[in-house]
Design a protein around this ligand. Structure first.
Ligand SMILES: [Zn+2]
Length: 241
């Protein structure tokens, strides 16, 4: 129970950090796989991330069915999370956002690529999921498992996908990693746009992305997390994992 309580606390902190760092606004969400049952995940009820409290966190089956709703309304797009947990046993946390600077890269055909070391976590090849390809005219929201699975298929073994005219989704092995990638996906998009305006861009090489990935661990993540916790007014605990 202590483990679950701590994880819920961490999930609330992740929501507040994503809001404070400008990755989510009134929309967007972050989930974590249930520590005691891999067929469940934890996600807030439908609320702006900066407003989320511990009691807002609900458990869902992978198909998106709430375990004990107690009158709380779930997010419409929760299927993104379940579909990724279903497809990827290695994934423990998922962030879905409408991070502003990434939107242009989802609609122009200009690929987003790691432009600096902290952006390496987005991956060497970030695909763009276009809901129109298989679902035609929709409200662009991922409102079914069918759509969630289609998105998960495109992400494959990767960490990140952009979503045309909508946002981005990040899948990773921990809440902190997923938040870290999401924050630097937004920063990378901003910097890449600036660099492209200046001229030819030399992106990180595939080998450089691998080297950065091999060195990304608690040393750097804890340092960022402590800083982000302070900025978001949340207490910090170092993570050994
Ligand atoms: Zn969305």
């Amino acid at each position: 129970m202590v483990r679950l309580d701590r994880l819920i606390e961490e999930l609330v902190t992740a929501n507040r950090i994503l809001a404070r760092e400008g990755v989510v606004d009134s929309f967007g969400h972050v989930s974590v796989r249930h520590p005691d049952n891999p067929q469940l995940y934890l996600l807030s009820c439908s609320r702006a991330p900066d407003c989320i409290e511990n009691d807002d966190i609900m458990a869902f089956a992978l198909d998106g069915a709430p375990v004990d709703a107690r009158g709380r309304a779930p997010y419409l797009e929760r299927f993104i999370h379940g579909a990724l947990y279903e497809a990827r046993p290695d994934v423990t946390s998922v962030v879905h956002n409408h991070s502003e600077s990434v939107i242009p890269f989802g609609v122009t055909g200009r690929k987003i690529k790691p432009i600096f070391h902290l952006g390496a976590g987005i991956g060497k090849d970030v695909p763009v999921w276009d809901s129109h390809d298989h679902f035609g005219d929709t409200a662009l929201l991922v409102e079914s498992m069918e759509m969630g699975r289609d998105l998960a298929k495109l992400i494959g073994a990767g960490a990140t996908a952009l979503m045309r005219g909508h946002g981005a989704t990040v899948a990773s092995k921990s809440i902190r990693q997923a938040v870290f990638i999401s924050v630097y996906l937004e920063v990378n998009a901003r910097l890449q746009k600036q660099a492209m305006e200046m001229g030819e861009v030399k992106f990180l090489t595939a080998g450089e992305v691998d080297k950065v990935a091999s060195r990304t661990g608690p040393y750097g993540i804890n340092r960022a997390w402590e800083n982000w916790c302070r900025r978001a007014g949340r207490s910090f605990e170092a993570d050994e994992a």
